[in-house]
Design a protein around this ligand. Structure first.
Ligand SMILES: *[C@@H]1O[C@H](CO)[C@@H](O)[C@H](O)[C@H]1NC(C)=O
Ligand SMILES: *[C@@H]1O[C@H](CO)[C@@H](O)[C@H](O)[C@H]1NC(C)=O
Ligand SMILES: *[C@@H]1O[C@H](CO)[C@@H](O)[C@H](O)[C@H]1NC(C)=O
Length: 371
C-alpha cells in the first residue's frame, strides 16, 4: 500500500512537472515586445509580467539613452530574479511568516525568502503571461493595457481577481502607469508595484551614487532583521533616510551596513495646501546627463531600494549590472500591511476595487553654454 502511494506520488509529481514545463514553453512562445512612442520618448514593454523593458529619452545634449535596467531579449525576463521593470503582485514586498488571517480565515502562503513571502510568492504576477487588451503604438495618446486573471488560491491568496495595468504616454515627457484590480468573489490583500530600476545616467552608466534624490516622506517603517516592519513609525530626522531636502544618494549610504544600501519604505507626506489624493513622492536629478524624473502617486508608501542585491547580472548590450547601479522608487502600500491593522488597509473586496496611480514626468536641465 505504502509502496503504491509512493509510486502514485512520483507519477503525480512527474505529471505536474510535465504540465508545468509544457505550459511554460507554450507561454514563452507568446512573449512579445510592444512599443509606445510620443515625441522623443520611446517605451518598450512585454506581456511577460507586464514588464517595462526600456525607456529611451534624450539627455540635456539631446542624446538618446535608455534609463531602465533590463535584458536584451524579452524571454530573458522568464529567468529574472531581480524583478527588473516587472509588475509585482499579488502582494509586492514582504508578508511576515508567509501567513495572514482575513475575515477569520488563516491563509498559509509559500515562503520564498527565509520564512517570509516576497513579491507574491515563487510565481507571482511578474512571472506570468498577461493578455494585451488594448494597444495603440503612437498618435495622441499611445497606450497599452494588459490584463491578468488571478485565480482563487493562486500562490495561496484568496479569491479570483481581475488585474489590469495600463502604460500611457499622455503628454510629452510623461508616463502614466495605472494599475487596477477587482476582487470577483472574496476579499484579498493586494499591493501592486512597478519594479523599474532607474538610472537617469543611462542603464549602463555604472553606479547611481552621485545622483540626487528627494523623497517627500518624513517617516519610515522600521524593519527587523528579516526586513519585516515592527509596525511602528520612525522619523527620518538625523538618519541616513532623510531625503526631505535633495541629497546625493551616496552621501550616507555606507552607514547602512545591514542592508548594504537603501531598502526602506517611506510614509509619504500629504501635500500641503492641497487635498488632492495624488502627491509628489520623489524627484531624482542626474547632473551629468541633466535628466530629472518626478514621481507622483496616490499610494501611501514608497520603497526606496538601491539595487543592493544586483550582482554580476548580465543585462542589455552585454553590460553587467552591479550593486547600486540603479534606483527603485516603488510607490506602494506599506510592507506586510495585512499583518499590521494600524497600517492603511490593503484589502480589496468586490465592493472596494483597487486603483493605483503612478505618474512620471521627465525633463532635462539646461545644457551648458555652447550647446
Ligand atoms: C535562463 O537561464 C538558464 C540557466 O542560466 C540559461 O541556460 C537559459 O539560456 C536562460 N534562458 C533565457 C531565455 O535567457
Ligand atoms: C524561521 O523560523 C524558524 C522558527 O521560528 C526560526 O528558527 C528560523 O531562525 C527562522 N529563519 C529565519 C531565516 O529567520
Ligand atoms: C519600533 O519598535 C521596535 C521593536 O519593538 C523598537 O526597537 C524601536 O525602538 C521602535 N521604534 C520607534 C521609533 O518607536
Amino acid at each position: 500500500m505504502s509502496k503504491f502511494l509512493v509510486i502514485l506520488y512520483v507519477v503525480c509529481l512527474a505529471a505536474s512537472g510535465f504540465v508545468n514545463g509544457s505550459i511554460i514553453k507554450k507561454e514563452k512562445d507568446q512573449i512579445r515586445v510592444f512599443e509606445l512612442k510620443k515625441g522623443d520618448l520611446t517605451l518598450k514593454v512585454t506581456n511577460w509580467g507586464a514588464t517595462l523593458i526600456s525607456l529611451l529619452l534624450p539627455d540635456k545634449y539631446g542624446k538618446l539613452g535608455d534609463i531602465v535596467l533590463g535584458y536584451d531579449s524579452p524571454t530573458a525576463y522568464t529567468n529574472d530574479t531581480q524583478y527588473f521593470g516587472a509588475t509585482v503582485g499579488r502582494v509586492a514586498n514582504r508578508i511576515g511568516g508567509a501567513q495572514f488571517t482575513l475575515n477569520g480565515i488563516h491563509y498559509k502562503l509559500i515562503a520564498n525568502e527565509g520564512n517570509n513571502t516576497l513579491h507574491g510568492g515563487p510565481r507571482g504576477f511578474s512571472d506570468v503571461l498577461w493578455k494585451v487588451v488594448k494597444y495603440q503604438r503612437d498618435g495622441d495618446r499611445p497606450k497599452i493595457k494588459f490584463s491578468y486573471n488571478s485565480f482563487d488560491g493562486e500562490e495561496g491568496f484568496p479569491g479570483d481577481l481581475l488585474v489590469t495595468v495600463n502604460y500611457i504616454l499622455s503628454e510629452e515627457g510623461s508616463l502614466s502607469i495605472v494599475m487596477k484590480a477587482k476582487a470577483l468573489n472574496k476579499a484579498t490583500p493586494l499591493n501592486l508595484v512597478n519594479h523599474a530600476y532607474w538610472n537617469l545616467g543611462n542603464h549602463n552608466s555604472g553606479n547611481i551614487l552621485n545622483q540626487v534624490v528627494q523623497i517627500f516622506g518624513s517617516k519610515f517603517t522600521p524593519l527587523n532583521d528579516q526586513l519585516i516592519p515592527f509596525g511602528n513609525f520612525s522619523s527620518v530626522k538625523g538618519t541616513p533616510y532623510d531625503f526631505l531636502k535633495p541629497q546625493v544618494v551616496g552621501s550616507r549610504i555606507d552607514q547602512l551596513t545591514k542592508t548594504n544600501g537603501y531598502n526602506v519604505n517611506y510614509v509619504l507626506d500629504k501635500n500641503k495646501n492641497d487635498d488632492n489624493e495624488v502627491k509628489v513622492a520623489a524627484i531624482v536629478t542626474d547632473k551629468r546627463s541633466g535628466r530629472v524624473m518626478k514621481i507622483a502617486t496616490n499610494q501611501p508608501g514608497l520603497q526606496f531600494y538601491t539595487a543592493n542585491y544586483v550582482k554580476n547580472e548580465k543585462g542589455k548590450d552585454g553590460f553587467v549590472y552591479q550593486p547600486r547601479s540603479a534606483l527603485c522608487l516603488e510607490t506602494q502600500a506599506f510592507p506586510d500591511s495585512v499583518n499590521h491593522p494600524n497600517f492603511p488597509s490593503t484589502i480589496v473586496t468586490p465592493e472596494k476595487p483597487y486603483n493605483h496611480l503612478l505618474f512620471f514626468k521627465f525633463s532635462t536641465t539646461h545644457a551648458p553654454h555652447g550647446f
